[in-house]
Write a protein that binds this ligand. Sequence first.
Ligand code: FAD
Length: 371
Amino acid sequence: MKTQFEVGIIGGGIIGQSIAYQLAKEGVSVLILESNKIGNGATSAAAGMLGANSELENNDAFFQFAKESQQHYHVLRDELSQISQINIQFVDKGMYKLAMTDAEASALKDVVKYHESVEWHSKEVVLESEPTLSATIKGALYIPEDGHVSPYHVCAAFSKSARLLGATILENTPVHEIKKTVTNEYTLSTPVTDFVCKNIVIANGVWSGHFFKKLGLDAGINPVKGECLSIKSNDIGLEKTIFYDHCYIVPKGDGRFVIGATMVEDDWSTVPTIGGIQSLIEKVTPIIPSISSAQLIDTWAGLRPQPIDGKPYIGQHPEGENIYFATGHYRNGILLAPKTGLMIRDLILNRKQNEDYVKAFSVNRLQVQTM
Ligand code: FAD
């Protein structure tokens, strides 16, 4: 078994796979170590919304990064399908953010004044294209750029493409320890064997706090549990994603609708609760009254990796070690995966960076404790 690599990535979720794909494309020898199955963490729990405009409110570096990442899905759709033959199920029919009261309608109409890529649609226009919605709506903000993908398929497509381009991806191989060698490389200890890598990337989502601490940093990544359900119904015929009051309904290509998601802070359990699922059904019923006759297909829960300030850590160790962090993507890891892969690739290959992004996602915003 090969045990020496240029880059070793800890974590085989969508973030680790995106980085591995971009590096393998450049001919870099790359290893992913995944403690469980590829994409088994937060990645498979996600609804797959690419909500750059609906999730982020400030026109700052984070928003620009998210928009570029969203745009890059147009490239990846074709690229990944050509290499891996996997369809990432990219749907770009946009999103409706609903107003159910006059006050909400007026607040959403205001957004149109300073946000060029959104439009206000009256109740009549909304109901003409989405007749399943309740006639009590007041209208909606139409966000054409916020589509969705299948997170599971994106992760599988990155992974298969990276493998075909030469990456080594090992499942059921948890990294227990990172040690620096005398030649300034890093040993990643696993129950299988030790791997030696010139560069390492911490990309193990909500579990990465452990390595931050071991490397002398205090990341404060906390779990925010999210519960979802999926339904099927011949009476519901949505085209666009529907968003209202932190709740969304995403129409998937296979006829399912994914409804999510709760936000439970500091909860490490990945079992959905009756209360959580009930709260989602209660939120959706006034929007789509016909939901009560839908078939319940599945329920699940996953853990969002939430950093202290809500922004991901994408950057190098503050003391210039060849240790990189790509974690803490919180509610938007699926949206941000393409651009995260490109940015970590460029950092490792010493390519020119957008300084605004380097600053915004820097691990330097943490206090260095020891090394
Ligand atoms: P993960 O997918 O959790 O991957 C980390 C991997 O590291 C895991 O597979 C784990 O097994 C592995 N690992 C852990 N420890 C070790 C170790 N010591 N050694 C080796 N491997 C290890 N984002 C969006 O953009 N759009 C959405 O619509 C959306 N909806 C969401 C809905 C829910 C309910 C949830 C929970 C999240 C949602 N997200 C969404 C957020 C998104 O899922 C995450 O931000 C993203 O999946 C994080 O990816 P990741 O690769 O960092 O983490």
